[in-house]
Design a protein around this ligand. Structure first.
Ligand code: PMP
Length: 388
């Protein structure tokens, strides 16, 4: 039998057929009028998806890590102080990037599975001025969602810019760039935006662009500089091609299609659907008596779930669930890597995909020798998904 699987790792994710179709279009040049129109439309859709009507979108070939570097390189001068609200693996990466760029970095950390309280951030910012505060919205290593609206408010009150790493959130978790006063939001194409990997997306508020212009030293890398890309993005958004560095044309076409689907679903409806499906998955895991890595339901992400293996079960569970047709991921956080698994449920996932994932998880647990009432997870998820 063919190896039919559903990719439910926390990115890359399953792609819609129309998105795949866009990838297979004949190659066009980057100065082609049809491509320019699609790129321009995609940029407009980025504003809608990030709820960022007045911010400047940048769509650039690269992964989420490049987006992190772009976001910070344009704001930091060597010696500037930055505060990282660190909830896991990608907070550590943000710190490493800022340090490479010459920032003096302080961290506000929380124990594994928790989020730092805003009081700790207040104290860190009151003790000395900071140029920026960086925070991971959903840390993909823990499934913890940070309170970015509060972080942005506290940062603003202390005169700091806010950078939100939304790689595992934008398009799945509620995030309102303009209403929440976030200066830079970054993501990548391969998660809740529903496109293949390969594009870095950054939106910058007028305040962030002003901070770039006020930088004392130029951005060290040409490719990372907002000001090199700005005329290019402005031109494409008007439908006119302009060259700086060759865009990955078919990826941009695929992104345009996937963003069109997000806009058609509506961002509020999309946030609600992700919350509902994630809530059903978590309820099923609780019914199976698994314990969640995030400390509380209120800080558990809706784009992925992270649960500890129960006693007597190890990472072999991931392989067993894979042979049942669902591809999930093992742990990532260095403090608990071998102790938990992660399931992504974002993008085109349906309620039926959630049920299939829970059913495959149950069969994997049975094969691992874990004892529970078979079907209890599926029944719980079904009740959750059917509730009006
Ligand atoms: N930040 C977060 C929250 C992520 O989940 C990831 C990727 N898993 C990254 C940054 C880095 O993105 P990429 O792997 O595309 O470079």
């Amino acid at each position: 039998m063919a190896d039919r699987t559903v990719l439910m790792i926390p990115g890359p994710i399953e792609l819609d057929a129309d998105v795949l179709g866009a990838l297979a279009q004949p190659q066009r040049g980057h100065m082609d009028g049809v491509f320019a129109k699609a790129f321009g439309r995609a940029l407009g859709r980025v504003r809608e998806v990030f709820l960022a009507p007045s911010a400047q979108p940048f769509v650039i070939a690269g992964s989420g890590t490049l987006a992190m570097e772009i976001a910070t390189a344009n704001l930091i001068d060597p010696g500037d102080r930055a505060v990282v609200v660190n909830t896991g693996y990608f907070g550590d990466r943000m710190r490493a990037i800022l340090e490479r760029q010459g920032a003096r970095v302080d961290e506000v950390r929380a124990p594994l599975g928790e989020v730092p309280d805003t009081g700790a951030l207040e104290r860190a910012l009151a003790s000395a001025p900071a140029k920026l505060v960086a925070v991971t919205h959903v840390d993909t290593s823990t499934g913890v969602r940070a309170p970015i609206e509060d972080v942005a408010r506290v940062a603003r009150e202390h005169g700091a810019l806010t950078v939100v790493d939304g790689v595992c959130s934008v398009g799945g978790e509620e995030l309102r760039q303009e209403a929440w006063g976030i200066d830079v939001v970054l993501t990548a194409s391969q998660k809740a935006l529903g496109a293949p990997p390969g594009l870095a997306l950054v939106v910058a508020s007028p305040r962030a662009l002003a901070a770039r212009r006020a930088k004392k030293v130029p951005v060290a890398s040409l490719y990372l500089d907002f000001l090199e890309w700005l005329p290019i993005m402005e031109s494409y958004e008007k439908g006119a091609p302009q060259y700086f560095a060759t865009p990955p044309t078919n990826l941009v076409l695929a992104l345009d299609v996937s963003l069109g689907q997000l806009v058609a679903e509506g961002m509020d409806a999309r946030f609600v659907r992700h919350a509902r499906q994630a809530g059903a998955f978590r309820a099923a895991c609780r019914a199976l008596e698994l314990s969640m890595l995030p400390a509380r339901e209120a800080i558990a992400a809706n784009t992925l779930s992270a649960f500890y293996y129960p006693s007597g079960v190890d990472a072999a569970l991931v392989g067993r669930v894979r042979s049942e047709g669902i591809i999930m991921a093992g742990g990532l956080h260095p403090d608990a890597k071998t102790k938990y698994f992660r399931v992504g449920h974002m993008g085109v996932m349906t309620a039926s995909d959630i049920l299939a994932a829970v059913a495959a998880l149950e069969r994997g647990l049975i094969a691992s020798g874990y004892r529970f009432e078979p079907g209890i997870g599926v029944a719980t998820a079904q009740r959750h998904l059917s509730a009006r």
